[in-house]
Design a protein around this ligand. Structure first.
Ligand code: NAD
Ligand code: TYD
Length: 353
């Protein structure tokens, strides 16, 4: 396979490239990333550029560039990670989320269709060259929020609550339409919250680890009793590979590891692992539209594709905390001036209250 990985300099994309190098090194990876604030080539410092791995700085909304990449590298598969991914930022700048996550995905779909369709001029033709696939990496957040009971299945209605999840849900629907209307071979995966190395410290787990290490206040939104279903990023990567290889065309697969925790449980575990003080906990104003609970029913991917997660949360979180302790230099480098400005804008008013 010649796999176009978009957003491969971000958290999950860079771990996917690393996972592929370890588990399926026979495939070529072409990593296209715009290197926004969330993209960092230092997250790929252990991946040498050679015949089997190429990095190209480009925006997924740049159709001319995508066309060039597909032609030059004979792309057979797309794994689309590229997105604006942080809910808090989507509350401040929804438009960027819509253009990147929706129109960027559509530009990729159009380019794949053009290059893979046997007869691109014929709008009725549904024939594609053999062995191609587009995999849209989506999120459980498209289903909205759960109450105390229940799980998201692939049949749950799409009820996104944030501009981020609305943009991801919209991209999913555009993908669905390209399968139904054009027969473009594709899958959509919807994963729960990931944690692991190389995650940008605006997300809960790396932010709390970093702040504990710096003895800075830990901003807990609302009452801290919101629930997320946490999965180690390498388990997400192995699930994506299973879908890429064995997923039935047109199908959606939920990915999750049955590991629900409240935010406060996670934060206390980090505090105790690092020997920090619970006095660092600061309850701040809640996120607007904050989803109370996410939880995944993973029975479709486990029974139909034989995927199972390999990390327990205890093992994964302690390895992750150790990774951030051992990689302070990586953290320092990603915390550029732009991050400092974001952090001040996002949290300073809460700490003043
Ligand atoms: P991230 O923010 O760490 O990385 C996103 C990457 O996309 C960055 O490298 C960025 O430079 C790149 N990018 C952004 N806009 C781009 C553009 N216009 N063109 C090219 N590249 C662009 O995000 P992540 O946490 O690695 O998430 C990756 C994908 O997985 C996203 O689509 C997200 O919706 C999905 N997802 C994330 C989680 C999670 O817990 N992090 C869970 C489920 C699904
Ligand atoms: P986040 O990592 O932003 O992921 P998502 O909102 O996509 O699930 O947040 C995870 C949970 O942690 C979410 O309920 C919001 C909460 N949270 C805080 O309480 N404080 C923080 O500073 C951050 C970043 C998140």
């Amino acid at each position: 396979m010649n796999i176009l990985v978009t957003g491969g300099a971000g958290f999950i994309g860079s771990n996917f490239i690393r996972w592929m190098k370890q588990h399926a090194p026979e495939h070529r990876i072409i990593n296209v990333d715009a290197l926004t604030y969330a993209g960092n080539l230092e997250s790929l410092r252990d991946i040498p550029q050679d015949a089997s791995y190429v990095f190209i700085r480009a925006d997924i909304r740049d159709r001319a560039k995508l066309d060039e990449v597909f032609s030059q590298h004979d792309i057979t598969h797309v794994v689309n990670f590229a997105a604006e991914s942080h809910v808090d930022r989507s509350i401040v700048d929804p438009e960027l989320f819509l253009t990147t996550n929706v129109l960027g995905t559509q530009a990729l779909l159009d380019t794949a269709k053009l290059h893979w369709k046997s007869n691109p001029e014929d709008k009725y033709s549904r024939e594609y060259r053999a062995g191609v696939k587009f995999l849209q990496v989506s999120t459980d957040e498209v289903y909205g929020a759960l109450g105390r009971e229940g799980l998201f299945s692939e049949a749950s209605p799409l009820m996104p609550n944030s501009p981020y999840s609305a943009a991801k849900a919209s991209a999913d629907l555009v993908c669905r339409s390209y399968f139904e209307t054009f027969g473009l071979p594709l899958n959509i995966t919807r994963c729960s919250n990931n944690y692991g190395p190389y995650q940008f410290p605006e997300k809960l787990i790396p932010l709390m680890i970093h702040n504990c290490m710096e003895e800075k206040p830990l901003p807990v939104y609302g009452d801290g009793m919101q629930i997320r279903d946490w999965l180690h990023v390498f388990d997400h990567c192995s699930a994506i590979f299973a879908v890429l290889i064995r997923g039935e065309m047109g199908e959606v697969y939920n990915i999750g590891g049955n590991n629900e925790r409240t935010n406060l449980e996670i934060i206390r575990q980090i505090i105790h692992s690092l020997g920090a003080s619970e006095e660092l906990i600061h309850f701040v104003k809640d996120r607007p539209g904050h989803d109370r609970r996410y939880a995944i029913d993973n029975s479709k991917i486990t029974t139909r594709l034989g995927w199972t997660p390999s990390y327990t949360f205890e093992q994964g979180i302690s390895e992750t905390i150790r990774w951030y302790q051992d990689n302070e230099e990586w953290m320092e480098h990603v915390l550029s001036g732009a991050y400092t400005e974001y952090y001040a804008r996002m949290y300073a008013p809460s700490f003043r209250e």
